[in-house]
Design a protein around this ligand. Structure first.
Ligand code: AP5
Length: 215
């Protein structure tokens, strides 16, 4: 199953992508995590991407596409994936479609997670992440429940950067949603509720889209 989770910063894409990936037995692929690992490892690509990420801007398409191509060529992604943070503009949507159609595949569903802006700001300002596994928490301190690594606040979760990320989402990424409507692949779900409630809504939305498409 090849699924895309769309939505603004703080909508819960990363949180839900991990849960949906586990539920459907496919890997969770996050371009944000791939980029953060590239920065942490100080790769050439990571060094080029860092200043865009710190500023809350989109990393240039050619860098993100290169990273994603390598990740999607790995064995565990051959039978499906749950994509989080990609695509973020039309160029990326078209590039993904093209690389899938080259191997006779296509996206099965694109799910937009909808959350009011004040809730997004509230979530991002109180979020901490594990630098090792990427798991997120609604508390600022302590260690990761999964691997014990001390938690940190992402540089791009500072209030001025959050405001810019939200603006860039509205200008550049929100229109991506419309790309999936004519293909009959788009579903919208309410992103406020318990994690289980939101996961159930997303899983149902994916099944509904697939049933409509006869998959
Ligand atoms: P990326 O890492 O993709 O960040 P983002 O899209 O801004 O999304 P976030 O990770 O901030 O939020 P999320 O929706 O995953 O929410 P989460 O689950 O963490 O990108 C970072 C940067 O990398 C970009 O700015 C850009 O520079 C670059 N980049 C990445 N991909 C790119 C691309 N394709 N092209 C170009 N550049 C790219 O949840 C947020 C918080 O809310 C957490 O604390 C969580 O615990 C909490 N939460 C989740 N669900 C709920 C709920 N139901 N109720 C209450 N709290 C909840």
């Amino acid at each position: 199953m090849r699924v895309i989770l769309l939505g603004p910063p703080g909508a819960g894409k990363g949180t839900q992508a991990a849960r949906i990936a586990e539920r459907f037995g496919n890997p969770h692929v996050s371009t944000g995590d791939l980029l953060r690992f590239a920065v942490a490892w100080k790769t050439d690509l990571g060094m080029k991407a860092k200043r865009y990420m710190d500023a809350g801007e989109l990393v240039p398409d050619e860098l993100v596409l290169e990273l994603l191509k390598v990740r999607l060529s790995q064995e565990d992604a051959q039978h499906g994936f749950v994509l989080d943070g990609f695509p973020r503009n039309r160029v990326q949507s078209e590039a993904l479609d093209k690389s899938l159609s080259d191997i006779g595949q296509r996206i099965d569903a694109a799910v937009e997670i909808v959350v009011p802006e004040e809730e997004l700001v509230r979530r991002l300002s109180s979020r901490a992440s594990c630098p090792s596994c990427g798991r997120t928490y609604k508390r600022r301190d302590g260690t990761c429940d999964t691997d014990g690594t001390p938690l940190f606040q992402r540089d791009d979760d500072k209030p001025e950067v959050v405001a810019k990320r939200l603006r860039i989402f509205i200008e550049q990424t929100a229109p991506v949603v419309a790309y999936y409507v004519p293909q009959g692949l788009l579903a919208r779900v309410e992103g406020v509720g318990t994690l289980d409630e939101v996961s159930d809504r997303i899983a149902k939305a994916i099944e509904d889209v697939r049933a409509r498409a006869g998959n």
